[in-house]
Design a protein around this ligand. Structure first.
Ligand code: PLP
Length: 392
């Protein structure tokens, strides 16, 4: 019997844990199980393992080890930066600026702050999905205390001019945060060169485990604790550390740093090959987001006159795993706020699919996907009531 082919093209949702990462983690579940706060040997071994991981994550993002604070996820790091940052600075003002295409971790944190009486300007982006520095400059007020703009978008992969925005924020004395969860491991992320105050990352997007992230807090920025309890993470993030998770994050960061250039070049080649074939072979599509300022492994396509959910289900039957918009919202039918922000009409948003490539993606996988896509699009368009071929 022929085994069903599996083609995973959703690396922006999550990545598989690399073997070397898993091997590094395993001893920390039951052999080296100590609590890093304990003073005896097994505890100190655990503490040392966390110190090594902190060095590895710091090296990947161009930071000092003491600027890395481990958290329970990228979401927690974003909440800490946004809500923690706003509460900390509220005596100076209650105005925040964030891009309209932030991940839900920031979008919903901002909405929470709005309910608490803060004023959030959701900065529009261009049709290409880019934040314009001039637009941001015009949005700054006397009472602006925090700016949060993501480094790379999770749906359309667009990369924002973070260094320029951070320079502007610094000039005006405004706290600057960037969500670098999608950028990490795909493009260079150098916190010091970017000049940001706060930067969020997550392990499971770089072939590390789920449930562990970190917030970079620039030396000298005295952002208070957001989780209260024990003295972990230099009194800044309470809670017994996710020891195996942190060790895995460290190993994944070390591997990501060593392979970054090669990884990015390979993904770019795959993306260009995929795009070239899709554009040439499938009619009535549009590519969403700038191709110039974009993560190497991201393609987001609208297939006109069809439902993305239907494409997703038919591709899944052929063993191909993709997503409609962001993974977090794929269970809901509300249109993607990112595609909305770049001006994609609502009916076309529903026909949009995100393909993201990674370590195990091959050219053969992409050939198979394109062949299935062609069949799927033709089949669905033939039965669609909104197809231009259907006469409606
Ligand atoms: N920020 C961005 C841009 C993301 O893509 C994600 C995950 O999808 C997150 C934050 C949340 O990270 P985590 O899954 O670790 O909570």
């Amino acid at each position: 019997m022929e085994t069903k082919r599996q083609v995973y093209l959703d690396y922006a949702a999550t990545t598989p844990v690399k073997k070397e990462v898993l091997d590094a983690m395993l001893p920390y579940f039951s052999e080296n199980f100590g609590n890093p706060s304990s003073l005896y040997t097994v505890g100190q071994d655990a503490k040392n393992a966390i110190a090594v991981a902190r060095d590895q994550v710091a090296a990947l993002i161009g930071a000092l080890p003491q600027e890395i604070f481990f958290t329970g996820s990228g979401t927690e790091a974003d909440n800490w930066a946004m809500i923690g940052g706003a509460l900390w600075r509220q005596d100076k003002g209650r105005h925040i600026i964030a891009s309209a295409i932030e991940h839900h971790a920031l979008l919903h944190s901002g909405e929470y702050l709005e309910k608490q009486g803060f004023d959030v300007t959701w900065l529009p982006v261009t049709a290409e999905g880019l934040v314009e520095v001039e637009t941001l400059k015009a949005a700054i007020r006397e009472d602006t205390i925090l700016i949060s703009v993501m480094m790379a978008n999770n749906e359309i992969g667009t990369i924002q001019p973070i260094a320029e925005i951070a320079a502007l924020a610094k000039e005006r004395g405004i706290l600057m945060h960037t969500d670098a969860v999608q950028a990490l491991g795909n493009i260079e992320v150098d916190a010091h060169a970017l000049g940001v105050d706060l930067l969020s990352v997550s392990a499971h997007k770089i072939y590390g485990p789920k449930g562990v992230g970190a917030l970079y807090i620039r030396k000298g920025v005295r952002l208070p604790a957001y989780m209260h309890g024990g003295a972990q993470e230099a009194n800044r993030r309470a809670g017994t550390e996710n020891l195996p998770g942190i060790v895995g994050f460290g190993k994944a960061a070390e591997l990501a740093k060593a392979g970054l250039a090669e990884h990015a070049a390979r993904l770019l080649e795959l993306r260009d090959y995929f795009l070239e074939r899709v554009v040439a072979e499938i009619p009535d599509i549009r590519i969403n987001g700038s191709l110039e300022h974009r993560l190497p492994g991201n393609v987001n396509i609208t297939f006109k006159y069809i439902e993305g959910e239907a494409i997703l289900l038919l591709l899944d039957m052929a063993g191909i795993e993709v997503s409609t918009g962001s993974a977090c919202s794929s269970a809901s039918l509300s249109p993607s706020h990112v595609l909305e922000a770049i001006g994609v009409p609502v009916e076309e948003i529903h026909g949009s699919i995100r393909f993201t490539f990674g370590d195990f993606t091959t050219k053969e996988d992409l050939d198979y996907t394109i062949d299935e896509l062609k069949k799927t699009a033709a089949k669905l368009r033939a039965i669609s009531s909104v197809s231009k071929d259907s006469g409606f």
